[in-house]
Design a protein around this ligand. Structure first.
Ligand code: FBP
Length: 269
C-alpha cells in the first residue's frame, strides 16, 4: 500500500469510481433497464459529474472513447475481466492489458485487477497481480483490487456463509493489504458490524464499497453512509448509476454523503 496524495482518483482521500465494465462481466443485459447506457459515450458524459473521481473500463472502451473525455474524466483501466459466457471449472479473470499499455498508450490514472480469492485459480491470479502491482509501482499509479471471494475453495466449506459472509469478505480484503494493493473494492456484507470487520482487517488500506444491483436511492445511500461512517473511502458503482434515467440526481446526493459527510436524511428530497 502506498499513499497517492496527488492522484486524481482521490478527492480528499476518498473516491467515487464509476464502474462500467459490465458489458464484459455480465453482457448487454445490464444495459436493458436504460438502453442509452449501451453507448459508452453516454456513460462518459455521466462520469463528468463532479462526484465521479474516475471511470473504470476495459481497454477497448478506453481506447475508443476516453480521448474525447480526457479533460473531464479520469481513467482507471481494468486490466482483467471475464464474461458470463465462459463456463470455467472455477473462477478466473484473465488479464487483457499491461500496466505499461494502460499508462503509456491509454493515459490511465490508475489500474484495477479482480482477484477471486478462494478459486482454484488463485495462484495464477496472484502471479498476475504481482506483475501488475510491481509494474504499477514503476509507473507511479495506484492499483485497485476488486477483492471478490469466490470459488470452490470457499463454496465447498461448510462454514462459508455465502458471498455476504463478513469473515470471507474480510479475508479477501486483507489479501489486498498483504499483496500490495492501494485500495480494495469489497461487497457490502449486509450489516454495519460486517463492514467494521472489513475495516479492521484492512488496517490503513483504503476501501471502497461495491455498488451491487440497482436499489432505491434511500437503501443505497444508507449502505454507502454506513460504510463511510465506519472508515470506508468511497464507492465503486455501476448499475445503481447507469441503469437510472437521471443518474445526476443520485450523484449529487452521493457527493454529499461521500465527500461532505452528510447523512441520507439530509440529502434525500
Ligand atoms: P455494480 O455497482 O454494478 O455492482 O458494479 C461494480 C462491479 O464490480 C463491476 O465493476 C463489475 O462489472 C460488477 O460489479 C461485477 O459484478 P458481479 O458481482 O456480478 O461479479
Amino acid at each position: 500500500m502506498k499513499e497517492f496524495p496527488d492522484s486524481p482518483i482521490f478527492r480528499n482521500g476518498n473516491s467515487l469510481i464509476l464502474a462500467y465494465d459490465h458489458g464484459t462481466e455480465h453482457g448487454p443485459v445490464d444495459f436493458e433497464p436504460n438502453p442509452e447506457s449501451a453507448d459508452p459515450r453516454n456513460v462518459f458524459e455521466v462520469a463528468k459529474h463532479d462526484a465521479v473521481t474516475c471511470i473504470a473500463v476495459q481497454k477497448g472502451i478506453a481506447e475508443a472513447y476516453h480521448t474525447e473525455f480526457e479533460e473531464d474524466v479520469n481513467l482507471l483501466l481494468k486490466l482483467n475481466g471475464n464474461s458470463n459466457l465462459a463456463h470455467r471449472d472455477d473462477y478466473y479473470s484473465p488479464k487483457q492489458c499491461s500496466v505499461e499499455y494502460a499508462v503509456e498508450e491509454l493515459n490511465a490514472d490508475a489500474v484495477g485487477y479482480t482477484m477471486y480469492a478462494g478459486s482454484t485459480h488463485e495462484d495464477k491470479m496472484w502471479q498476475e497481480f504481482r506483475e501488475v502491482q510491481e509494474e504499477a509501482r514503476k509507473y507511479g499509479v495506484p492499483v485497485v483490487m476488486w477483492a471478490y471471494p469466490r470459488g470452490k475453495g470457499i463454496e465447498g466449506d461448510s462454514s462459508y456463509g455465502g458471498d455476504t459472509d463478513p469473515d470471507v469478505i474480510s479475508y479477501a480484503a486483507r489479501l489486498g493489504l498483504e499483496l500490495g494493493a492501494d485500495m480494495v473494492k469489497c461487497k457490502y456484507p449486509g450489516t454495519r458490524q460486517g463492514w467494521v470487520q472489513v475495516e479492521e482487517s484492512t488496517a490503513d488500506l483504503k476501501t471502497v464499497m461495491s455498488g451491487g444491483s440497482k436499489r432505491s436511492d434511500k437503501a443505497f445511500l444508507e449502505d454507502v453512509h454506513t460504510t463511510i461512517e465506519e472508515g470506508c473511502n468511497g464507492l465503486a458503482v455501476g448499475r445503481n448509476i447507469f441503469q437510472r434515467k437521471n443518474p445526476e440526481n443520485l450523484l449529487d446526493k452521493l457527493e454529499k454523503v461521500i465527500f461532505e459527510g452528510e447523512d441520507p436524511e439530509q440529502v434525500l428530497d
